[in-house]
Each structure stands twice: as structure tokens, then as C-alpha cells.
Design a protein around this ligand. Sequence first.
Ligand code: GUN
Length: 285
Amino acid sequence: MQIIDGKAHALRLRADIAQQVIARTAAGARAPALAVVLVGEDPASQVYVRSKIAACAEAGITSIEHRRDATLSEAELLALVDQLNRDPAVDGILVQLPLPAQIDSARVIAAIDPDKDVDGFHPVNAGRLATGLDGFVPCTPLGCLRLLQSTLGDLSGAEALVIGRSNIVGRPMASLLISASATVTVAHSRSRDLPALTRRADIVIAAVGRPEMVRGAWLKPGCTVIDVGVNRVPKESGQGTRLVGDVAFSEAADVAAHITPVPGGVGPMTIACLLENTLKAAARA
Ligand code: GUN
């Protein structure tokens, strides 16, 4: 069994992006610039935004942080997005989710210029991905695809099971796998026999947000498991918490040929792919 080292893959990708940024600025272009919008005090969002900004700095990408209090109105956020859309010094725009309850996230996402939408959440980018056109692909499923391709090479004909149908992971993941010529099944909370679906799969991508839901006994021997889950659970000692994925790791590690750990698997690739998308946005401009 091989543990897929997402952190090592991500570091290589980040180094490669940093080189491309150097080449770009050496040729006289300005550094790529990412606007990061954080509304409110959600602790997980603060941690994510801090990591994204640090990764930008290390790759030579300029980041411009826009922090607003949790009381911000939807109209005020839309006005900020509009200002960033028009700003020629901004290549990419990321509005960290979740947004406070008074703001309709879908409306905010739809207001972002699709050609600055480095999260790939705008319906135009979702449509481009679904129809096989070039556009921005959401960072987490893009990172998963990169890990799969570097672990397995060609995915054509592989039986892939995506568990979860969110706009951020499950749906775009299914589109990417279809484009890579895998045979794709999407399972979700209403799927009838998840263990049976899982047993058929050469590739399992778990993105449901339920700690250790996928059991080792469900897996086909020799399969590849990509665990997108990030779930905080109490430690057995009762003191503090630890992170676990959507897959029962130690059980799965006995059956699978390749598996991503949590943490250190998909998470670092998400950030590396955000840098990749920001560089792509700058190159289009
Ligand atoms: N919240 C959780 N994941 C993400 C992400 O990939 N992008 C944004 N903008 N918000 C998130």
C-alpha cells in the first residue's frame, strides 16, 4: 500500500508555479494578483485564508486581502465584487465561503467576472467544465485529479465512484473524471447501496463530510482512495480534537493500493491549485 503524499506533490507544484511567476515577471509582466475576500470571523475560514495568502507570497503572487465584518450587507459585498471585477490590477477574485446568513452566496458567486473566478464556482465555469471547454476548475477536485493522474497515469476505462454531489467537489470531480475517460458513478445521501457501489470502484473519491463513513470492508482490493473529508472529532482521550477524513483510514489502508491521508493529502493540493488558477487568470488577462 502506498500513501499518496499530497503535501510533497503540492510543494512540487508550488515550486513550479513560483518558477513560472519568475519567468513572467522577468519578461516584464507584473506579478499575478489575487483578491481574497473574507467576511466575518468563521475560525476555519480564517485559517484557510491565512494559508492561501501565505502560499501566494511564497509563489511570488500578490494577494490583496479584503476583510469585512459579519454584519456586511449583500449590497456592500456585491459593490466590492464589482470594484474588483473592474480593477485591471486584480487577476483573480476569491470570496471565502461560507458567507453570513444575510448574504446569498449564489448571487455573490454569479457576480464575479467568470474570467477572474479562480475558485471555478461561477455557473459559466461550471458550464464550461461540464461541456469540456477551457475555464476555471474548482481547486479541490482539480487537486484530486492531479493526484490520481500522478499515481495511476491514464484513467481511461477506470471505474470511479464519487461520493458527494456538491458544487465545490462532487459535481466538478465527476465532470473531470468523465473528461479523463473514466466510467463515473456519483453516489449521495439517497444512494441505495453504497457498500455495493464502492466494491466495484477502482477509484473512490469521498467528499461527504461524515467522519470515517467509508469502511475498509466496502473497498475493492487494490483500489485508489482519495479522501476529501476534513472532519474534526474528539480525541479518544476526551481531551482536544483531531482531524479525520470521510474514510476509515487504517481499515482502508489494509485493502487499497493507494490512499490519501488526512491531513496531508488533498488539502495541500487545493491551495497549490488555487495558485495555478491565479497564474492562469493572469496569463489570460
Ligand atoms: N470554503 C471551503 N472551501 C472553499 C474554497 O475552495 N473556496 C472558497 N472560496 N471558500 C471555501
